[in-house]
Design a binder for this molecule. Structure first.
Ligand code: NAD
Ligand code: DAU
Length: 349
């Protein structure tokens, strides 16, 4: 049985990836290593937690000795690394934890992989999941390519850029087999409600203010999270070692237009008059250093590995809104803080 370590598997994207791998590959053993920060929630994996080829291990990726032991105990053959501090606003308030987890944590995993695999890199892979934010900000034209120079602006993107560089340095210096993907904004079920889409869906439902940063004219390229998980699966199995792949939806929206689509959808599904909740829109002070526009060109991934997004955005956002409306308990457990108490008790370290 091939042992694959997925880090950050209790988070938003990680939980979708773990579900895909556990269901699709019964011959793989998927080890989900996660320390369960505020963003890690094992309720995201309820439907697969009893599967024989799945195991959860509570561990901080920065705890090098423990990480090393896990590599040896589980005979880890490949890593798909997603664990990170992921929210830009938090990185503005507390950059230290971003450097610690995203940079030092990645380094700790790289070292552990190198020690465990050195001398026999055959069939091994360290897959690092990164973001389009490392490329900086675009003007009105153009796209990020895999060759675009790094130009991070927020402490979050600076920490992710640094981790990308460390991954490449291990490939170049030690021959560690690595691959990196840089993806655009994800949306879908199980996303922590600090991020724009789940936060706003929840606020619309509860008639709370919708805090739009600046003029709402920043542009993001949105990709359905299950399409991201599929892309990771394809790159993991068929990507070229040492290479980088951009993943995106060719699906750009200004924040304000996207917010109006969410309002329309939630209002309709709740039987309110369509657009009634636009009165909740509240323009607030802009995010410091707010990148204007991200847009990914994922042509390489399509041409070399045949991946394309499967869902039209209208379909994806409808599915997403419905999921949050039908899973109020999941949301309430988070907003009340109940889930953190539950898992703290269950996994005392
Ligand atoms: P998330 O915040 O939802 O989940 C992060 C997970 O990592 C959580 O389960 C958390 O408990 C875990 N974690 C944090 N620190 C840890 C540590 N020290 N040790 C072990 N586990 C730890 O994040 P997400 O949105 O699912 O993002 C996952 C990855 O994908 C990140 O690397 C992020 O940079 C990248 N990414 C995210 C997006 C997006 O739109 N969300 C887009 C592109 C790339
Ligand atoms: O591009 C990929 C990145 O996408 C990932 O690397 C990050 O982990 C992920 O968090 C996301 O970053 P963003 O900063 O783009 O996502 P967020 O949901 O925080 O914000 C999306 C846009 O909405 C952004 O322009 C800021 C704006 N916004 C956000 C919030 C939370 C608001 O106007 N109001 C808000 O309350």
């Amino acid at each position: 049985m091939k042992s694959i370590l997925v880090t950050g598997g209790a988070g938003f994207i990680g939980s979708h990836l773990v579900r895909l791998l556990v269901n699709k590959y019964p011959d793989y053993k998927i080890i989900n290593m996660d320390v369960l920060t505020y963003a890690g929630n094992l309720a995201n994996l309820k439907d697969i937690e009893d599967k024989e080829n799945y195991e959860f291990v509570k561990c901080d990726i920065c705890d090098f000795e423990k990480v090393q032991k896990i590599f040896l105990d589980y005979k880890i053959e490949s890593v798909i690394h997603l664990a990170a501090e992921s929210h830009v606003d938090r990185s503005i308030k507390d950059p230290f934890s971003f450097a610690q987890t995203n940079v030092m944590g990645t380094l700790s995993l790289l070292q552990a992989a190198k020690f465990a695999w050195e001398g026999n890199y055959e069939g091994k892979l360290f897959y690092h999941v990164s973001t389009d934010e490392v490329y900086g900000s675009l003007g009105e034209e153009g796209f990020f390519l895999e060759t675009t120079a790094y130009d991070p602006h927020s402490p979050y993107s600076a920490s992710k850029a640094s981790s990308d560089h460390f991954v490449r340095s291990f490939q170049d210096t030690f021959g560690l087999p690595t691959v990196i993907s840089n993806c655009s904004n994800n949306y879908g079920s199980y996303q922590f409600p600090e991020k724009l889409i789940p936060l706003f869906i929840n606020n619309i439902c509860n008639n709370k203010a919708l805090p739009v940063y600046g003029k709402g004219l920043n542009v993001r390229d949105w990709l359905y999270v299950e399409d991201h998980a599929r892309a990771i699966d394809v790159i993991f199995h068929e990507g070229k070692v040492g290479d980088t792949y951009n993943i995106g939806g060719f699906n750009e929206w200004t924040n304000i237009d996207l917010i109006k689509v969410m309002i329309k959808t939630v209002d309709r599904l709740l039987g309110r008059e369509e657009g009634e909740s636009e009165k909740l829109i509240t323009y607030v002070t802009d995010r410091a250093g707010h990148d204007l526009r991200y847009a990914i060109d994922s042509t390489k991934l399509k041409e070399e590995l045949g991946w394309e997004p499967s869902l039209q955005f209208e379909e994806g956002i409808e599915e997403t809104v419905k999921w949050y409306l039908e899973n109020k308990e999941w949301m309430e457990n988070i907003t009340s803080g109940e889930y953190e108490k539950y898992y703290a008790e269950m996994y005392k370290s």
